[in-house]
Design a protein. Sequence first.
Length: 308
Amino acid sequence: MVASIPESVDATLGMLTGGNYVADRSLATALHLALSLQRPLFLEGEAGVGKTEIAKVLADQLDRRLIRLQCYEGLDVASAVYEWNYARQMVEIRLAEAAGTADRDKLAQDIFDDRFLIKRPILQALEADERGAPVLLIDELDRTDEPFEAFLLEVLSDFQVTIPELGPMRAATPPIVIITSNRTREIHDALKRRCFYYWVDYPSAAREREILRVKAPEAPAELSRQVVAFVHELRKMDLFKLPGVAETIDWVHALVQLDHLALDPAAIDNTLGVLLKYQDDIAKIQGSEATRILNQIKSELAGAAAVA
């Protein structure tokens, strides 16, 4: 039985919650509209804020196949959409020659057949599936170049690709398309116009604590409060790469593994490599600066507790 698309924003929010994804209502609204109106959803935001996870949760909660196209510089149609199996085609030609087949037009038609077509992620996503339209994740589109963006316009507008030898191949049911970008470069307006857009921001402190409660339930509450407060202070600073939610979760797991019930200067200095990914950032925070931030957040947390 094909799982049904959520019929309301509340149902969409519930679906995300059921997949252990802590979302706010605005994200659930954008996702609900994209699902209901069969439009691609373009998610933009800093790395590590949970954009890719949305597609994974969707596929899991709707029991759909997840087809992931991981983008990179130089990605082309042969890697993303399709290519012909030239080795098998050559074998077919040799067999035809050995059998004395003289009709070259028929042979050309035979070798450009679906049997010799290697289907890559985008073409796979256009195929019918008994579980329902698959979830197509086009991840980190900003890593590709503009020619590949231009190719995607046909896919996102008509949910089809045109193969010169076979003609247009169109999806009977449009796939659920999630596109992510870390905004290392601007994506062209023509592509964005074909999608619903949503900026995935860093979460508030309260929502990030809720994320830790879901993703790291073994962490002491005080440790989670201190970690979130510390990370939020780092996000105010001029660092080469600000820590995302993924790094917050990893840091809490690491601290729990080391049996830390709360933050202290030594724990921070010894584990900063889990939270920060560039040596210049680590050197900037390690030592006296980490101690200063820790003392500041402890004072603020104590003040907040006294007021409560």
